[in-house]
Design a protein around this ligand. Structure first.
Ligand code: PGA
Length: 249
């Protein structure tokens, strides 16, 4: 089946209220490409303002807690994201797996929390440089998939983002062949576990995607979109990626 291309901007810890104007520009221009699903994940502090400024836009969180409420100072629960107007949440980003010590079990619980709150989930996986260099990247990522993807979900509400850690924010990208091989392996593992539903799940590539390399990366086998960090912060850098996705249909 044809899977719609999906381009998501992850603003990470960037953005003040003035940057809502960038989101308005991005969503307005993305409207020229109705065949592509476009979403932005700003810091928690901007979700409500972004939803208010661009009604109907797909806005998401970058993380959520596993619990729906409670004594967890500084954390944000998935129902709170939904209440703020978010429709999706990223879980398992390597900056949280590595920087905050999140395990596969934690990521799975966060994905389940997001789904239970009615959000779509973007679940990130990816190998460190040493693992890529030792030839163990596919095994590493498939173990993350086995450990962090929940058992039950609607296929259109969970996407996987393959983000090699060594490619994030570095300007380095894997070869198109390596991306296709990884995405094919992920699709195969999902098919073995979930059957035909795996054909409906979108697999995104992330890590130094920009307007120059997007067309090639998005055209790789089993790549259904991109998770974009640095190049998602301005319309000028992000929209060429959306246009590249639109050109591929
Ligand atoms: P990058 O980040 O595009 O800046 O490499 C991608 C990500 O971490 O999602």
């Amino acid at each position: 089946m044809a899977r719609r291309k999906y381009v998501i901007g992850n603003w990470k810890m960037n953005g003040l209220s003035a940057t809502i104007a960038d989101a308005q520009a991005i969503f307005a221009a993305a409207g020229d490409h109705p065949g592509v699903d476009v979403a932005l994940c700003p810091p928690f502090t901007l979700i409500g303002a972004m939803v208010a400024a661009v009604p109907g836009a797909a806005v998401g969180g970058q993380d959520c807690h596993i619990a729906s409420s409670g004594a967890f100072t500084g954390s944000v629960a998935a129902p709170m994201l939904a209440d703020a107007g978010a429709s999706l949440v990223i879980v398992g980003h390597s900056e949280r797996r590595e920087g905050c010590g999140e395990s596969d079990a934690d990521v799975r619980a966060k994905a389940e929390a997001g789904l239970a709150a009615g959000l779509s989930v973007i679940l990130c996986v990816g190998e460190p440089r040493a693992v890529r260099e030792s030839g163990g990247a596919i095994d590493h990522v498939l173990a993350q998939i086995a450990g962090s993807v929940p058992d039950e979900f609607a296929a259109d509400r969970l996407a996987i983002a393959y983000e090699p850690i060594w490619a994030i924010g570095t300007g380095l990208v894997p070869t198109v062949g390596d991306v296709a091989a990884m995405h094919g392996a992920i699709r195969g593992a999902l098919a073995a576990r979930f059957g035909a539903a795996a054909e409906e799940m979108r697999l995104l590539y992330g890590g130094s995607v920009n307007g120059d390399n997007a067309a090639e990366l998005l055209d790789a086998g089993d790549v259904d979109g991109a998770l974009v960090g640095g190049a998602s912060l301005t319309a000028g850098k992000f929209l060429p990626i959306v246009a590249a996705a639109a050109a591929l249909g």
